[in-house]
Design a protein around this ligand. Structure first.
Ligand code: FAD
Length: 427
């Protein structure tokens, strides 16, 4: 076991956040807790009637907002244990991906993918099926090989992909509603390097080819022009750089930030300079503000085969989107078998919106976007803002009813439930 306190990198927030990162949710909890040991945590859960975990608070909705006890697990002793024989690492769930990644790289290991920011906790990100981009990469939850959680009665439950089969697939994207996740075991691979190139002005008809052109590709647009503004291509170092006339684009000759006017210094190194996977896969550097800070976010996962039709449907409301948008990002995620993964049995195009931080101005536009995307059975990101009809959401997930049954079995008194969870999974 590595004690990160003595090793340098991993750090934990000193207190329990009172509001989310974006500031649009002030947690309604009657008490905030930061236990320092497992016995204390288990007693707390056993004795509470309503309780939830908070990670680093980077989600934008109220799925994790309890009126009972809100508990940060960041005070538990941190651990990063590599099992070289099984190519796995077991980490405490409250650790941030960025801290885990630095430690893994130093020991010669990598994770297959990361989100746009390394600031988020492993357990919080996995609970909402957080993802990066790449046609052959699943979301971050697909790297989970085992979970340890404190269940409603305060017991410790360990579930493993190799022994718990289908139930395991139901528990990984758990929305924080099945228990408090204390440890997460992830698959690891040998460490590797990437180069990041930014290309400008992609023709819409070349989107699919661009998204499939490298290890991980993100395309940014602002819905103000027919062409797509930027392609962020994160490629293996043995892949040749994109040629000068690649897909009709031009090369950016200086570093960029996805949000116009924000400092490129906050972003990972571009211009084709090679660097370790964890310093190229995210768009934003640990220790710097990710994105813009004053914002709301929404995202919808659609069948990849419907990408062109779905974007054409949004063209009709581009004039509504553009005035309240900071940037829109298009990514790909490979299909998986996790019950509540938005990528469940569906290779996906993820259409993400970074809105201005004004919920009143954004609400009608969000409704218009959801209305246009409805024919494509969109599955919203579980950690972002959405108002999808609960029946439509249930219909888009083949295992929705199975998850509802799992909820009832593991949390019979509704200890981990919140108002928003009740809306989408009525008792
Ligand atoms: C600037 C920015 C960029 C982002 N980029 C991406 C991106 O590239 N890709 C993407 O998919 N998402 C992205 N997100 C969304 C973000 O990754 C998710 O919302 C993620 O859930 C945040 O993790 P967290 O630790 O902050 O979780 P929190 O917001 O703290 O919690 C999220 C949920 O997980 C539950 N939870 C937290 N910890 C535990 C635990 N230990 N046990 C059980 N349940 C727990 C909470 O109760 C809550 O329901 C971004 C968000 C921001 C602010």
């Amino acid at each position: 076991m590595i004690a990160p306190e003595h090793g340098g990198a991993p750090t934990a927030p000193a207190d329990v956040p009172r509001r989310n990162w974006a500031g649009n949710v002030r947690y309604a909890a009657r008490a905030f807790h930061r236990p320092t040991g497992m016995d204390e945590l288990r007693r707390l859960v056993a004795g509470s009637s309503r309780i939830r975990a908070v990670g680093t608070g980077h989600s934008f909705n109220r799925f994790g907002d309890t009126d009972g006890d809100l508990v940060s697990l960041a005070g538990l002793p941190a651990a990063i244990d590599v099992d070289a024989e099984r190519s796995r690492v077991t980490v405490t769930g409250a650790l941030r991906y960025g801290d885990v990644a630095q430690r893994l790289h130093a020991q010669g290991y990598a994770l297959p993918n990361l989100a746009s920011l390394p600031h988020i906790s492993v357990a919080g990100a996995v609970a909402t099926a957080t993802h990066g981009s790449g046609q052959t990469h699943g979301n971050l939850a697909t790297s989970v090989a085992a979970l340890e959680l404190v269940t409603a009665d305060g017991d410790l439950l360990r579930v493993d992909r190799d022994t718990d089969g289908d139930t395991f697939a139901g528990m990984v994207v758990g929305l924080g509603a099945l228990g408090l996740v204390t440890r997460v075991t992830l698959d690891v691979a040998p460490t590797f390097e990437l180069r990041q190139y930014v290309r400008l002005d992609l023709p819409r008809e070349a989107l699919d080819e661009a998204l499939g052109s490298a290890y991980s590709v993100s395309v940014f647009t602002d819905w103000r022009a027919p062409r797509l503004r930027e392609v962020w291509r994160k490629q293996r170092t043995d892949q040749p750089p994109p040629p000068a006339d690649w897909l009709g684009t031009t090369a950016a000759d200086e570093p960029r930030h996805p949000v116009l006017g924000m400092p490129a210094e906050n972003c990972t190194v571009q211009l084709g300079v090679p660097g370790p996977w964890h310093e190229r896969l995210p768009h934003f550097k640990l220790g710097f503000t990710p994105s813009s800070g004053d914002e709301l976010q929404s995202e919808y996962h659609l069948p990849r085969a419907a990408a062109a039709d779905a974007l054409a449907a949004l063209d009709d409301v581009a004039h509504l989107i553009a005035p309240v948008l900071q940037v829109c990002e298009l990514r790909t995620v490979a299909a998986d078998e996790l019950w509540l993964s938005p990528n469940h049995q569906r290779d996906s195009l993820a259409v993400h919106f970074t809105w201005i931080g004004d919920p009143v101005a954004v609400a009608p536009v969000l409704a218009a976007v959801e209305e246009r995307l409805a024919p494509f059975a969109p599955r919203p990101h579980w950690g972002k803002v959405f108002t999808t009809d609960p029946a439509a959401l249930a219909a888009s997930y083949p295992r929705y009813a199975d998850f509802a049954a799992l909820l009832a079995r593991l949390d019979p008194t509704g200890k981990f439930r919140t108002d928003e969870l009740d809306t989408y999974f009525p008792r």
